[in-house]
Design a protein around this ligand. Structure first.
Ligand SMILES: NC(=O)C1=CN([C@@H]2O[C@H](COP(=O)(O)OP(=O)(O)OC[C@H]3O[C@@H](n4cnc5c(N)ncnc54)[C@H](O)[C@@H]3O)[C@@H](O)[C@H]2O)C=CC1
Ligand SMILES: NCC(=O)COP(=O)(O)O
Length: 340
């Protein structure tokens, strides 16, 4: 094992009123039977202790610095304390918590960039709660890219990928209204996204010749231009450019027939043209196992595929599977380089 592999993983707090705190506690409680790699969480230790107590869970919590995470992990949940106290009630989101959510993410990025951790696993945030507090990034994906771009030679272009053993999907446009998708979709954006996906499937995921499939935008991929022209005018040229660069690409494919079991065997990642075209199939097939991975960053970031689930927060019934899958995938990807 190299020194790179031995560094711990860092979890962020996420929205403290959501299911992130209890999932973090559950993941730690299952650390042995689930063979989870050591992790620490950047949070308020007193808040986590209150969540554990309310659920009746015996989780010793220890405030640490990152180098101690590995030695503490077997006996207590290592917590890197935030500078502020958090007083959230499960299920009751509050913009007053935004500062702690943001501090946790910023601290995680600082520590991973300083080499103190091998990768980040973010707990879910409620975007509208952060917006209410003035947060100007659509979500983690773009915020992490902005943080990673500080001091970098050129800005990072982040790519969202939802990954499972069954299916990997990439929304080319992400958190924008559906009505804005056609204008946002350009050949350059699709090509850039395809290049980043192919590069990281080779480098981080170890696939020597990744196969991409590009969805069409319109019904039947435009039905030869009679049901919309974006498929022919925007997506087809992107396919040609990516192929000319030696990337194996199919498309534009009718989106309604590219996600059934036999079709999924023909590609390693599907590039979808908008958020729900990508996320509906994977959350239908693999809601408990899928992991959100941000490609295009100089570090690894994963996250569960689900959100804050305010409707069940604080009841101890949230399934930890996707968070645990995110922790395992972060450890796997963090041990490899992004480039082949
Ligand atoms: N990575 C992130 O930070 C993400 C954040 N979100 C945010 O989460 C908030 C809520 O989004 P929703 O669309 O309601 O999605 P959601 O994933 O929070 O909840 C959808 C449904 O799935 C259930 N669910 C979610 N996770 C579960 C788990 N681990 N175990 C059992 N049931 C679970 C919930 O109870 C709810 O009924 C939004 O503000 C959104 O921005 C959504 C997706 C990812
Ligand atoms: N629907 C996926 C999602 O909202 C995740 O967004 P991000 O916070 O990871 O950018």
């Amino acid at each position: 094992m190299t020194g790179r592999e031995q560094r711990p993983l860092l979890l962020t707090q996420g929205d403290p009123a959501g299911i992130g705190p209890e999932l973090t506690l559950t993941a730690w409680l299952r650390r042995t039977d689930a063979s989870l790699p050591p992790f620490g969480v950047i949070a308020d230790p007193d808040h986590l202790a209150r969540v554990a107590k309310a659920l009746g869970w015996d989780v010793p919590i220890m405030s640490v610095e990152p180098p101690s995470i590995k030695s503490v992990f077997a006996k207590a949940l290592p917590v890197i304390p935030l500078t502020r106290a958090v007083s959230a009630e499960p299920g009751k989101h509050d913009a007053a918590n935004a500062a702690s959510v943001i501090e946790s993410i910023e601290t995680a990025v600082r520590l991973v960039r300083a080499g103190e951790a091998s990768a980040l696993v973010t707990n879910p945030i409620a975007k509208h709660v952060l917006y209410e507090a003035g947060f100007r990034h659509p979500g983690h994906t773009e915020f992490l890219a902005a943080l990673a771009s500080v001091g970098a030679a050129q800005p990072c272009h982040p790519v969202m990928m939802l990954w499972s053993e069954e299916l990997a999907v990439v929304p080319v446009t992400v958190h924008i209204p559906l009505a804005d998708v056609p204008a946002a979709l350009t050949t350059d954006l699709i090509v850039l996204t395809g290049r980043i996906v192919a590069r990281e499937l080779r480098g981080r995921f170890g696939l020597p010749n990744p196969r991409l499939a590009l969805a069409g935008l319109n019904p039947h991929a435009g039905e030869s231009g009679t049901m919309g022209r974006e498929d022919q005018e925007i997506i087809t040229p992107a396919v040609a450019t990516l192929r000319a660069e030696g990337i194996e690409v199919a498309g534009p494919l009718p989106a309604d027939t590219m996600f059934h079991a036999r079709a999924r065997k023909r590609y390693d990642a599907a590039l979808a043209m908008y958020h729900d075209q990508a996320l509906i199939p994977i959350k239908t097939i693999a809601f408990d196992e899928a992991v959100n991975v941000t490609l295009g960053l100089p570090f690894v970031r994963t996250s569960p595929d689900h959100g804050t689930a305010f409707d069940i927060a604080g009841r101890g019934i949230a399934r930890p599977d996707s968070l645990m899958a995110a922790i395992r995938l972060a450890a796997r990807l963090g041990s490899r380089s992004a480039s082949p």
